[in-house]
Design a protein around this ligand. Structure first.
Ligand SMILES: Cc1cc2nc3c(=O)[nH]c(=O)nc-3n(C[C@H](O)[C@H](O)[C@H](O)COP(=O)(O)OP(=O)(O)OC[C@H]3O[C@@H](n4cnc5c(N)ncnc54)[C@H](O)[C@@H]3O)c2cc1C
Length: 387
């Protein structure tokens, strides 16, 4: 028999944890299954780009006050293109925002969310619990999992899959549409001669876009994307060679680059689950959609999934987990998700194209864009709040 009051969330990454917290704040109980040991993600230094809207969600949860000391504000975004003079600048003060966004490590976010979850008895967190299968019928979803060699199962009127797209979609009978870019992203930390002054740089080159985000007092987080055959050899370079090559691509805006941290790469794809009218099962966060990191949209779209789903659970007119209730949720997320996917795909295609004449056009485009206030305002609202 399904426990109607207890929602099962599979995956205790940031999106799954935020959903459990949003529900708990409104008196809805949940069980969170997480494959890793509690605290395993706390040391993850991967930098997440948080929009201003994401900050608002974290404020609503009462956790932003514990996070703000670890977050670096982005007050200005500088967009440029290699080999052209066109550039565009977005400033928080022009949009009456305290910041355009923030950079925060995955580990710092997970540490604070974990601590908050453990204070709340309404959430039961089961760590080292690997979900192996999710099935559903008209009545309920059944989640089978393995914990320390023992098999167990839970049933619920609503199972939420937030596993980051890592393991379970096939087990749940879902299908994904994927576009492989054939590009990799290299991520690392660098320090530079000049202070960052809370400026984030987006730089488009014919090989692919790169982002340099202020992270901490002096450091930057770097995301350098391009064709696999261009990015992979960067791992084998000495630190000095790597910094010299990066400097050649990025230019002189922050002076010479001085140090570089551990480098890692991962493949870039755009992917989205095919629409399925599954009862008692819904998919959110990276498990539902994966985007190119160029505009820092992916994580924020995932958190908005959690926010909107929590609203639908709390204020549902239809029965919890019914096809009607989940159809209403999916419909309300369609535009935001589609826009996020289209927007990032558009940026990758338009700015990373080497066809003759394109570079000039783009540079004119950036220059004109810099003059058109409403276009910039629209972009800032979109990047900040997904609207
Ligand atoms: C290598 C890499 C680098 C990235 N770099 C950046 C970046 O620089 N900037 C940026 O903004 N975004 C970046 N992203 C994207 C960002 O990490 C995601 O947007 C964000 O983590 C999504 O959160 P999530 O909770 O949906 O998924 P995840 O963070 O992936 O969390 C999923 C959780 O589910 C758990 N899990 C998985 N399978 C199971 C199972 N079967 N049973 C139980 N638990 C399970 C996992 O252990 C994990 O804790 C990167 C992603 C990757 C993979």
């Amino acid at each position: 028999m399904a426990n109607k009051d207890n929602i099962v969330i599979v995956g205790g990454g940031p999106v799954g944890m935020v959903l459990a917290l949003l529900l708990a704040k409104q008196g809805v109980a949940s069980t969170l299954l997480e494959a890793r040991k509690l605290g395993a993600a706390n040391q993850d230094t991967r930098a997440l780009a948080l929009s201003y809207g994401t900050r608002r969600i974290l404020e609503k949860l009462g956790v932003w006050q514990h996070l703000s000391a670890h977050a670096t504000a982005i007050n200005t975004i500088h967009v440029s293109q290699k080999g052209s003079l066109g550039r565009s600048i977005l400033r928080a003060q022009d949009y009456q925002q305290e910041a355009l966004g923030y950079v925060l490590s995955y580990g710092a976010l997970c540490t604070v969310l974990n601590a908050e979850l453990q204070r709340l008895t309404i959430v039961s967190l089961i760590d080292e619990a690997q979900a192996d299968a999710i099935s559903y019928d008209d009545q309920q979803a059944v989640i089978r999992y393995t914990r320390l060699g023992e098999q167990a199962q839970l049933s619920s009127a609503l199972a939420v899959l937030a596993d980051g797209g890592r393991s379970l979609e096939a087990a749940a009978g879902l299908q994904r549409e994927t576009k492989e870019y054939g590009h990799d992203a290299l991520i690392t930390k660098v320090s530079a001669e000049l202070a960052h002054d809370n400026v984030a740089y987006e730089r488009f080159t014919a090989e692919g876009p790169m982002a340099l985000l202020p992270n901490g007092e002096r450091d930057f987080s770097l995301v350098w994307t391009g064709k696999k055959e261009l990015i992979e050899p960067l791992l084998a370079l000495s630190d000095a060679e790597f910094l010299a090559q990066f400097h050649a691509q990025f230019g002189d805006r922050v002076g010479r680059f001085l140090t570089v941290g551990k480098r890692m790469t991962f493949p870039l794809r755009l992917s989205q689950l095919q629409e399925a009218a599954t009862p008692h099962l819904v998919v959110i966060g990276n498990a539902a959609q994966t985007m190119h990191p160029v505009a820092g949209q992916g994580f924020n779209v995932g958190l908005r999934d959690a926010e909107v789903l929590a609203q639908h659970i709390v204020h549902a007119n239809a029965t919890l987990g019914s096809v009607e209730m989940l159809a209403a949720y999916r419909a309300s997320r369609k535009t935001d998700t589609k826009n996020g996917l289209l927007f990032t795909d558009f940026l990758v295609n338009i700015f990373s194209n080497d066809i003759l004449g394109f570079a000039k056009l783009r540079s004119v485009g950036l220059g004109v864009f810099d003059l058109v206030a409403p276009v910039k305002r629209h972009l800032v609202r979109k990047m900040s709040f997904g609207k």
